[in-house]
Design a protein around this ligand. Structure first.
Ligand code: PRT
Ligand code: ZN
Length: 286
């Protein structure tokens, strides 16, 4: 049977999260040893290849692999014939411009005639063009943040997540070019059978990732408040309402988005809700 060839980063920031997500999707990975180039999957028609993240778009475009788990920043920089088919929800970061923290900055025109060090020359060049800024791009791979300190450049364009690397190098973020996260990048010309396997994988990834941002909520409330509480907790279709042994009381079960949870708690308490339990969901299929 045809197998979907999935490229994941061999080692680095994306490796562990990529493997974890595939395992949460139920894939039993055998010999998933970082030293090896490949790993097999026992219970799903897929095979894993461990590669450098920068090479993944090329391998996908060349159809050596069908799909890769890689930062969207790398997909955009490499400009290969690949299609982002799903966002994976981890390795979130932004690609930003930064300068020495003691310098004044008004807007992007600051960079006119300046030298910018980066590992993202294509994305940076496009951004400068869009903003009609003429600057010199100095491409370096790694340790970009030290460039201004050693006089190699006036500013940098690099990935930022917490901002602590910029801070500890005496730099400040002055402009964000793009936001990125890990994505599934696929060849636009997959065979029908590979596409079918990819769709199955995406279905599972959605179920796993949706479960992570939702919680199962159980509470007790006076039966007379059920209607109002149901309006606050619509759930997947509607909440489950069960009678409690105590007359006039009901148990209400629903699903709530984690981001909305604290906002809803005060309203629920005001309507008489008690004994509120919040439980993690492992998989969620709408
Ligand atoms: O060896 P290989 O080429 O495969 O890996 P790599 O060294 O090129 O990549 P790696 O593992 O560092 O990053 C892989 C991907 O993780 C990137 O392409 C991004 O999509 C994503 N990612 C998310 C990040 C960061 N966050 C991040 N913070 N990649 C790099 N950084 C670096 C950044 O370059 C800077 O040096 O972390 C530093 C900043 O972090 P903060 O937290 O101090 O702001
Ligand atoms: Zn890399």
């Amino acid at each position: 049977m045809n197998k979907l060839k999935i490229a994941i980063q061999k080692s680095g920031r994306l490796h562990d999260e990529s493997v974890k997500l595939l395992k949460e999707c139920g894939l039993a990975i055998v010999n998933g040893n970082k030293q090896k180039l490949r790993a097999q999957v026992q219970n799903f028609p897929a095979e894993l290849l461990f590669l450098r993240d920068d090479d993944i778009p090329q391998y996908v475009a060349d159809k050596v692999v069908d799909v890769g788990m890689v930062g969207e920043n790398v997909v955009l920089e490499k400009k290969k014939m690949v299609e982002v088919v799903h966002n994976l929800g981890f390795a979130r970061c932004r690609l930003s411009l930064a300068i020495s923290s003691h310098l004044d900055y008004d807007d992007i025109s600051y960079f006119h005639g300046k030298k910018i060090a980066t590992s993202y020359p294509n994305i940076l060049a496009d951004y400068l063009n869009q903003n009609q800024v003429e600057a010199e791009i100095h491409e370096i791979n790694g340790s970009v943040e030290i460039a201004p300190g050693i006089g190699l450049a006036d500013g940098i364009c690099d990935l930022v997540s917490t901002g602590s690397t910029l801070f500890s190098n005496g730099l400040k973020e002055v402009d964000t070019i793009l936001r990125s996260e890990a994505v599934l990048a696929s060849s636009p010309q997959l065979s029908a059978s590979s596409k079918e396997i990819l769709d199955k994988l995406i279905f599972r990834i959605k179920a796993v990732n949706e479960a992570k941002v939702n919680k199962y909520l159980l509470l007790n409330a006076p039966t007379e408040a059920v209607k109002e509480i149901s309006a606050i907790l619509p759930g997947m279709k509607s909440p489950t309402v069960l009678p409690l042994h105590t007359p006039g009381w009901s148990s209400i079960h629903s699903v709530v988005n984690e981001n909305q949870f604290w906002g809803k708690i005060d309203e629920l308490k005001a309507l008489g809700a008690q004994g509120i339990l919040v439980v993690p969901i492992e998989k969620m299929i709408r």
